[in-house]
Design a protein around this ligand. Sequence first.
Ligand SMILES: [Fe+2]
Length: 293
Amino acid sequence: MNQPRVRTPVAVDGRLGPASRHPGMADPAYLARRRALGELARDHRVGDPAPTVTYSDAEHRMWGLVHRTLVRVQRRHACRAIADVIEAVDIPDDHVPQHAEVNSRLQRLTGFRFTLTGGLVDSRRLYGAMADGYFHGVQYLRHPAVPFYTPEPDALHDLVGHGTQLAAPRFAELYRVIGRAVHRVETAEAVSLIDRLFWFTVEYGVVRENGDLKAYGAALLSSYGEIECFRDAEIRPLDLRAMANTPYQINGYQPILYRAESLDHLTDTLGEFFDEMDDDTPVRLCHWPGTRD
Ligand SMILES: [Fe+2]
């Protein structure tokens, strides 16, 4: 995508630096482990069972540490629809779960399941599978030296962030609506528009609730540091045209977040938009002609 990349802040011992200096990038054993788990996803087809991974004791310990911390902050900062399903989805905190383990609970709650990817996944494949109740997830974990920050999605982001969100029926339906929209459009511009709206809502959305601001975006729900301070960002009212024309930064804490006035406001606005979206939508809405993947 033609999205701007910015310097990537990484918290290392309280300091910030670029993602290229993240400890994971300079640890051959970690990179080999990540590559090996990514390889398992080669030739994986949507809906195939994910291979069982044997995680190390250190990986289990890190999962537990980060998971328990995230759930604690989710209870404090997540919107009610998300906080209410933390118990029901019951993502384990004493071991790294296999996809199948999380899927059995998710499927009972909303019909959603994780399907495997080895890393970042093409937008059309990612959203397209959502129409059928599948969300792509990885099996590797972040580097243990910086357990509360990862410069890219890992199993903690996927399972504790998206997994918790997908346990809430209203959010699961939103994923399906977005999935159906991507099946309807053909142009790269339309997919790029979905990328931006997905980013500012499903990943980083916030909502007003009882006079307070709460998080519902999966990236916020899975970032211990950012969910604690997201209210310091520039908070703008939910505005699809503004989102469509605001580039997002891939890494680091987001400087701009968009606020829905209620969950109804969010789902009504996005539901109506994605139900009607077609290839003409970016022509009407966007000021970035020529944007192509
Ligand atoms: Fe995500």
